[in-house]
Ligand binder design. Sequence first.
Ligand code: THU
Length: 136
Amino acid sequence: MPTLTAPLRKRLIQLARQTSKRAYAPYSHFQVGAAVLAGSGKVYTGCNVENASYGLCNCAERTAIFSAIAAGEKKIQCIAVYTPTSTATPPCGACRQVINEFGPTATVISTCKSTDLIETTLDALLPAAFGPENLS
Ligand code: THU
């Protein structure tokens, strides 16, 4: 797995913020961006993509992860997320479950409009998770 160096961490945070500008969020007007550091060392980005059928909205985190998997990645080392809020907000439950699939101990960095930041790990956000090993 790649090492999460300080410059890489900074780049993930920058990319998450930049990618939030591409969000398709005409209903919530809540533009979120994410950047994933995958097992190969490459970085993948994503934004939330909403739909007129509201239940089909896809979060930025899952867009970034699905993009990484579609590119052939198998593991997630770190995910940085930007939300347009004044305090940092951790990922929703659905995204925690999806991160768990590919990065059960991944670093999760939540950033926002201010300098507030939460840095934690997926296993802290989703203890006793149900994962692939529970199906074997
Ligand atoms: N959203 C994300 O993309 N990521 C989060 O961590 C929180 C919520 C999106 C889903 C929806 O498009 C909008 O933000 C409002 O919930």
